[in-house]
Design a protein around this ligand. Structure first.
Ligand SMILES: *[C@@H]1O[C@H](CO)[C@@H](O)[C@H](O)[C@H]1NC(C)=O
Ligand SMILES: *[C@@H]1O[C@H](CO)[C@@H](O)[C@H](O)[C@H]1NC(C)=O
Ligand SMILES: *[C@@H]1O[C@H](CO)[C@@H](O)[C@H](O)[C@H]1NC(C)=O
Ligand SMILES: *[C@@H]1O[C@H](CO)[C@@H](O)[C@H](O)[C@H]1NC(C)=O
Ligand SMILES: *[C@@H]1O[C@H](CO)[C@@H](O)[C@H](O)[C@H]1NC(C)=O
Length: 453
């Protein structure tokens, strides 16, 4: 197929998205990816040759990953995914239940999963299923608590693999020995039991060659005393990679506005050091997890806050860094914002309900903050925060401020992935982007190219 020269000229030089293609590799120019990777130990089993200690093998195994939210299947059916730009896509979520023999796909359109897997396979992309999530982690602790339950839970998840023809599983336990939603079962032994479960899963012939990953917080798994373990290297021997969910670092629960997904925080004041990609990677690697098995979780959305003009703007025009906001007036996010009804939540606690205030990247375009190409719209104030390397927009008329990610911040994260020798990126969620503005920015910054079969 021929493309007009004008269009060809507009394509970034680093990437070549020509068809037919069947795998993604870092371009030769992305030598930093291999050069700076410090491979030690690593998955001894698994379909992906990962950590032989040979940096030259790492680059072939880049992870370009995204979560596909099954409950958005009507608005964003699987055929709208840019399959050729991913190495693996994971379906979210199967949730834990009080029966170790069962996980539930009730809230995530179970009917759509086979279509999703078929499309992934037609596109040579790994089809993964994520178990857990914020509201789906209630019963992980009991599912892995005893050897008998671990054996049963291994069988439960392997049944899913064969039923749906999956290539792997992603465990999004939020969080071992750390309360998440509010009513999760937790135990001092969660992390050890989780490790024993993963070892049992790998030891099963049917688990041996699966892609196994975990979505994690920005600090390593908690030990029995409720603080992060100082050594999580044993997880690297059973997991192909860990995706660090470096987002929701600031939000409506925070004491001021702040970056949703900071790349760095070591450059800001001590009080504002709530976490970042830089500090999360430092924490995981200090605990013995190899950088080249870490994948950076990135966000295709932002959080909104109601901020007075006087707090938002210095000298009437420059946006401030961490302004106070009015928590009683949570703005409505984009048209996908699920406004919670007042009443008991999943934990049975009475809640006032209300909007989440989340704006997907496309929602910022829909909401008039950004133009269709993702740049700031007329009449909107914009600031690119130097330390977190993330943007903020502010509508001075409505008083709505949003901290989010754009092409520039995704590109900065892509460069960091290379510099730090990480395995790749994982975006929550696939449907949040607009015309692949974010996806292309991070892929191009990493230097990912598609290659022929
Ligand atoms: C590492 O790569 C070099 C050069 O390609 C090769 O000779 C060597 O056998 C590799 N080592 C391992 C452990 O794969
Ligand atoms: C094992 O799993 C069952 C659910 O199937 C649960 O009732 C039981 O409490 C679990 N065992 C432990 C020790 O948590
Ligand atoms: C796993 O992969 C290895 C190496 O390719 C192969 O020998 C083995 O048969 C595979 N196991 C299963 C259960 O497919
Ligand atoms: C993070 O901030 C520190 C302190 O200013 C700086 O030395 C480092 O280069 C920054 N890292 C990145 C990736 O921005
Ligand atoms: C983005 O869109 C705006 C307004 O439509 C336009 O002025 C600007 O030139 C565009 N920028 C790019 C990089 O295409």
């Amino acid at each position: 197929m021929l493309l007009p020269l004008s269009l060809l000229a507009a394509l970034p030089a680093a990437s070549v998205w020509a068809a037919p293609m069947c795998s993604l590799v870092p371009s030769k120019s992305a030598g930093a990816l291999a050069a700076s990777a410090t491979a030690t130990g690593g998955a001894s089993t698994g379909s992906t040759p990962t950590t032989s200690g040979n940096s030259s093998s790492i680059g072939d195994d880049i992870v370009a990953y995204t979560w596909y939210a099954g409950w958005h299947g009507t608005e964003f059916p699987p055929d709208k995914l840019s399959w050729s730009k991913y190495t693996a896509v994971t379906y979210a979520f199967a949730t834990t239940t009080n029966d170790v023999n069962t996980v539930s796909l009730e809230d995530s359109d179970e009917q759509l999963l086979p279509t999703f897997v078929d499309l992934a396979h037609q596109n040579n992309v790994k089809a993964i299923l994520t178990i857990g999530g914020w509201t789906g982690s209630q019963y992980f602790s009991s599912a892995v608590a005893t050897e008998a339950n671990r054996t049963a839970f291994v069988k439960t998840v392997l049944n899913l693999v064969s039923k749906y023809d999956l290539d792997g599983l992603d465990f999004d336990w939020e969080y071992p020995n750390k309360q998440g939603m509010g009513c999760n079962l937790i135990s001092d032994d969660d992390s050890q039991n989780f490790l024993s479960f993963l070892q049992a899963l790998r030891a099963d012939p049917a688990g041996q060659n699966l892609t196994l990953s975990a979505a994690t917080g920005i600090t390593p798994y908690n030990g029995p005393d409720g603080t992060p373990l100082s050594d999580v290297s044993a997880f690297a021997a059973v997991l192909d990679y860990v995706a660090i969910m470096n987002y929701d670092v600031w939000g409506s629960w925070s004491t001021s506005v702040g970056p949703n997904a900071p790349l760095n925080d070591t450059c800001t004041s001590a009080a504002d050091q709530q976490g970042s990609a830089v500090s999360a990677v430092a924490a995981w690697t200090a605990a013995g997890f190899p950088a080249n098995q870490l994948v950076l979780g990135v966000a295709s959305y932002g959080h909104s806050f109601k901020v007075d003009n006087s707090a938002a703007l210095v000298s009437g025009s420059t946006l401030t860094a961490y302004p106070a906001f009015d928590a009683a007036q949570q703005p409505l996010g984009d048209s996908w914002d699920a406004v919670a009804q007042p009443g008991p939540d999943q934990c049975g606690v009475q809640s006032a309900g209300g909007p989440s205030g989340i704006f997907d990247f496309w929602g910022l375009i829909e909401g008039g903050f950004l133009t269709a190409n993702g740049t700031v719209a007329d009449g909107i104030d914009y600031r690119f925060d130097a330390c977190s390397q993330t943007p903020y927009v502010y509508n001075p008329t409505s008083g709505v401020m949003v901290s989010y990610d754009d092409a520039e911040s995704f590109a900065a994260k892509g460069r960091f992935i290379n510099e730090a020798g990480l395995r790749g990126f994982a975006m929550w969620e696939a449907a949040g982007d607009s015309n692949d503005i974010l996806l292309d920015a991070i892929s191009n910054a990493i230097g990912i190219e598609e290659v022929d079969c």
